[in-house]
Each structure stands twice: as C-alpha cells, then as structure tokens.
Design a protein around this ligand. Structure first.
Ligand code: FE2
Length: 296
C-alpha cells in the first residue's frame, strides 16, 4: 500500500493529532491488497450484524442505496454516482484529517473528505485517527438523507464563519460536530438509536453508547452542547440525544451564531460528564470507569 503523506503533528482542539496534506487524492483502488479488502470485510460484517436495532433506520437506508457490501472496499467513483444524484454530495479522497478551514470549505461545497487508507489488521478494534472505514462506513450513509446532507453543508458554512471569529467560536462549533455528527443519538418511537459516525464505526462504542449504565444521555440543546468538553481517548461520558434530524438542521440554520458566540464568550465550559439542572435527562450516568481528567 502507498503511504499517506503526513505533514506534521499539531496540537489542536482534538488533542495532539497528525495533520496531513490537504491535497485531494485519487483513491488508489487497484493497489489495495487482499488483506486490506479483508479488513474492510471483517469490519463491515461485524458492524452490520451488530447495528440492527441500534443504528437509526436512515443509516441503513443510506447504506442499502449506496450498495456498500462486505465484498470489497467500495470505489469512491461508484459511491459518487449514487450520492451525487441523491443529495448533490460527493466524496473526495484525502490522506487523513484536514486542517479545519480546508475541512469546512469542503463541507460548505458538499464535498466530504474520506481517508483513502484503511487500518491495519491489528487495529481492527481501535484506531486513534479516522481511516477509510470510519469515514466511509460511518459518515457517508447519512449523506444520502437530504436533511442531514443540508445540515452538513450548513455546518461547513458555520465553520467558515466561526474561523473568522477566532479560536473560542471554533472550539464551540467543533463540540457541536463532535456531539452530533460523530457521537449523536436519535430518539425514536422504538427507543434511542445511533446516528453518530464515531459510534456506528466502533463495535464497543455501539454497545456502550446505548446499553451501558455509565454515560449520561441528555437531550440535545445547542448552547449546552457548544459548552461541553469531550473525550477523544475513551468512550464519551455524555451522549446528546436529538428528537429528529429536522431539529438538528434547524439548530444550525436558524440561529445567528454571532450572538451565541458573544453570549458564550469567556464562560467556562462544562466537564464532559457534568449533568446540569435544566438538562433533559434520558439517563444520568453512573460514571463507572470514568477517568477524572483528560476532557478536551
Ligand atoms: Fe468522523
């Protein structure tokens, strides 16, 4: 396999992470090895067995319509034919995590960056940075859902604005992404369901986020989420629950973020595991197994 071009390690609001060249790369599909296709197959099969009754219906609808299967790593060009026709989004190949403004610019233009390389077999259960499986399996099915596709574009536009306001707004907006796109839960008539990509692409967190007594599960509130620190090294202490994708979209499109940033300016952020008096609590977590420090 070719090697991704890592530029440097940088301290960011997601911790100390590698930052890659922002170049868009062609997916080197024909150079994936049989081991890499097998890694995809193992992860795909395992999650698709685990997620029924746990992930939301919209995730499965998107997965089915995109035609992803365990047979091989999907070709980005095949995905794009379907995705573009459905919601006007495309996926683009990248080397890994992008600098924030590049990332926001892609989202604002309905392009989702997908890491072209897949984890090694010994990383099946955990990898600290996004790879192809996380990005493609975790994120892309919901881009088939028009309202979620619109939310992602609005988020990118919001990110570009936040970047002009400075570091604090950027941190607050990053928390919104973290607690929705990556680790969000959805309230349905049949119970809580997963829609966050960081959960659907992880076997252990798929179980933990829904079934463990340890984490808090709290109703989504925009400002509350924007003030809440999070974990990058362990399961989340708190999951935020939306009632609908419409609610999520409206939370990003309706408010003028300028006044919100002004209102939140200088206010201390809540710890990742804190429960507030006016929270809508679905579950107050037992806190079992929580590390005491390390919120970012
Ligand atoms: Fe992600």
């Amino acid at each position: 396999m070719d090697q991704p071009r890592r530029v440097e390690h940088q301290m960011t609001d997601k911790g100390y992470v590698p930052v890659y060249t922002s170049a868009i790369v062609e997916q080197p599909w024909s150079s994936y090895s049989s081991v890499e296709h097998q890694t995809w197959a193992t992860l795909f099969t395992r999650q698709m067995a685990l997620l029924p009754g746990r992930a939301c219906d919209e995730f499965f609808d998107g997965m089915r319509d995109l035609g992803m299967s365990e047979r091989a790593i999907p070709k980005f060009s095949d995905i794009n034919q379907i995705l573009l026709a459905k919601t006007g989004w495309t996926i683009i190949g990248v080397e890994g995590l992008l600098p924030e403004v590049d990332f926001f610019t892609h989202l604002a233009n309905r392009r989702f960056p997908v890491t072209w390389w897949i984890r090694k077999p010994e990383q099946i259960d955990y990898i600290s940075e996004p790879d192809l499986f996380h990005d493609l399996f975790g994120h892309v099915p919901l881009l088939m859902l028009p309202i979620f596709a619109d939310y992602m574009q609005a988020y990118g536009e919001g990110g570009l604005k936040a970047a002009r306001y400075g570091n604090e707004p950027l941190t607050e907006l990053t928390r919104l992404y973290w607690y929705t796109v990556e680790f969000g839960l959805l309230n349905t008539a049949n119970g809580l369901r997963i829609y966050g990509s960081g959960i659907v692409s992880s076997k252990s967190e798929s179980l933990y986020s829904l079934e463990s007594a340890a984490p808090n599960r709290i109703g989504f509130d925009l400002k509350r989420v924007m003030c809440t620190r999070y974990r990058i090294d362990t399961f989340q202490k708190t999951y935020f629950v939306i009632d609908s994708f419409e609610q999520l979209f409206r939370a990003t499109v309706d408010p003028d973020f300028g006044p919100i940033y002004y209102e939140l300016k200088g206010s201390p952020a809540f710890a990742a595991g804190e429960v507030r008096d006016n929270d809508r609590v679905f579950q107050r977590g037992s806190g079992e197994g929580w590390l005491q420090d390390g919120d970012v």
